[in-house]
Design a binder for this molecule. Structure first.
Ligand SMILES: Cc1cc2nc3c(=O)[nH]c(=O)nc-3n(C[C@H](O)[C@H](O)[C@H](O)COP(=O)(O)OP(=O)(O)OC[C@H]3O[C@@H](n4cnc5c(N)ncnc54)[C@H](O)[C@@H]3O)c2cc1C
Length: 442
């Protein structure tokens, strides 16, 4: 089959960029990946991806997308030491005031450190035909001529030409800002001040915990400002992340981190009490959730798309970022493959991709921002539909506590396997709206 294009450039070799490469490599003769960072050989932390030291849950929808893009990759996660966790049973969730009752949600997820996920993905895409990854190569801007992106200009002034480019430069979106400054794009940027700070460290599991697949998510709801996650990862380790909202600072030492976790649950504390720390404590502050609405842009060049955090980056507490990027890449792969089958070429691809990616990002955005706005520490005016969306979320939470079908739906929603719209028109709609009406009138 002939390829759709000659050369594609992907700027950024994080989870978003690498997922995009998997989609592009099938339909471009060559895919050049450029990253300013030093990329390690294995699963080591990276300077430019500071968030990599913190828990990174890959949601089920993300796993399924990566598996479609790179068949067999879930098996590679497991071979690298990932724990397989049955959702509903192995992942214990303290949710707004109480632990969710155990159930079998019917699907598993894996648990690895972020550097381990990324290194497996990097190894897989580096082995695809036509793919070359150049690290320590910083891109200054995309080159746009006559309304079409024709390549990328590096910091050293050299230019690389391409038929198609992808911006996967992460949450600060340096190249989208530059694109707007250069007059090649006009789009709205929406920031919500979420004021979240994380502190994390890894611990060697004590012998009695090795081989376990249990993890804990502690999300107390307001007025609680502190949250935390404990997950089993590769090499018989735990990764513990705790966080705070508002001006509160998370712990700064390993001992403070252990103490902080005591407040969550005795089981969490038992896991790390006396366990040897295998990393230093690392912190990360994320002030805003940000989306750059390229899908509504007044001006946008042909031949260029953003993916992952460059397009939209939400509060990490809900574990959606890698999944959104993988789902966007999966959608892109579907579009490219269909175009190749029908000889449709690349014309109109950007107009097809942007709204689809915007929809994927919007699903994560509305789930996370509506939860963020419940906390007084989240600054800014609440949207007009906030009261109704909270009533709906509370009704779903209450039904999920009482009814297994709703609990399973909620877990699928959190894992981005369901769209919230399914509550309006799916088989649970009548019971859901009856309960919602009851809660509003009572
Ligand atoms: C504390 C924290 C915890 C998180 N937990 C989770 C979680 O549990 N689950 C989850 O799914 N997500 C989580 N996330 C979100 C997740 O990290 C991001 O969504 C994900 O990393 C996005 O990938 P990306 O490829 O878009 O960006 P990144 O991974 O940030 O990659 C961007 C890449 O672009 C490169 N780059 C930037 N500028 C240039 C340039 N000018 N030239 C060349 N290269 C450049 C960088 O070096 C980097 O390699 C968390 C985030 C934070 C902050």
């Amino acid at each position: 089959m002939t390829k759709l294009g000659g050369t594609a450039i992907v700027v950024g070799a994080g989870m978003g960029g690498l997922s995009a490469v998997a989609a592009l490599a099938r339909q471009f003769a060559s895919v050049i990946v450029l990253d300013r960072d030093t990329l390690p050989d294995g699963a080591a932390p990276r300077t430019a991806v500071g968030q990599g030291a913190h828990t990174h849950q890959l949601l089920k929808a993300g796993e399924l997308s990566l598996e479609r893009l790179l068949p067999g990759i879930t098996g590679e996660f497991i071979a690298a030491g990932a724990r397989e966790m049955l959702v509903g049973r192995d992942v214990k969730v303290f949710d707004f005031g109480g632990w969710m009752e155990d159930c079998d949600a019917g699907f598993t997820v894996t648990s690895l450190s972020r550097p381990a996920y990324e290194s497996i993905l990097r190894r897989r895409v580096a082995a695809l035909p036509g793919v070359s990854i150049r690290h320590e190569t910083s891109v200054k801007r995309f080159v746009v001529e006559g309304g079409t992106c024709v390549g990328a200009e590096l910091d050293d002034g050299t230019t690389i030409g391409a038929d198609f480019c992808v911006d996967a430069t992460g949450m600060t979106g340096p190249l989208m800002r530059q694109l707007a400054e250069d007059g090649h794009a006009a789009f709205e940027t929406e920031d919500v001040k979420i004021n979240v700070a994380y502190a994390s460290a890894k611990f060697r599991q004590k012998p009695e915990h090795r081989g376990q697949s249990t993890g804990f998510f502690f999300l107390p709801g307001p007025p609680g400002k502190q949250f935390g996650f404990l997950l089993p990862i590769e090499d018989d380790q735990w990764i513990l992340s705790v966080g705070a909202r508002g001006g509160d600072s998370p712990p700064k030492t390993i001992e403070q981190l252990r103490d902080y976790a005591k407040a969550f649950d005795k089981r969490v504390h038992d896991c790390i009490d006396g366990a040897e720390a295998t990393s230093e404590i690392r912190t990360f502050r994320k002030a805003t959730a940000t989306r750059r609405k390229a899908w509504e842009a007044k001006t946008w060049p042909q031949g260029l798309i953003p993916i992952g955090d460059a397009l939209s980056s939400v509060n990490p507490t809900y574990g959606q970022g890698m999944t959104v990027a993988a789902c966007e890449a999966d959608a892109l792969a579907g579009m490219l493959d269909k175009r190749a089958e029908t000889d449709a070429g690349l014309d109109g691809l950007v107009a097809e991709y942007l709204p689809a990616a915007g929809d994927i990002a919007a699903r994560a955005w509305s789930l996370s921002i509506n939860s963020d706005y419940v906390y007084p520490e989240t600054e800014g005016e609440r949207p007009a539909n906030f009261v109704m969306s909270r009533a709906m979320a509370n009704t779903l939470r209450k039904l999920a506590a009482e009814d297994l079908e709703f609990r399973m739906f909620r877990l699928r929603l959190v894992h981005m396997m369901e769209n919230a719209n399914a509550l309006r028109d799916g088989p649970l709609a009548v019971r859901f709206f009856t309960a919602l009406q009851g809660s509003i009138t009572s």
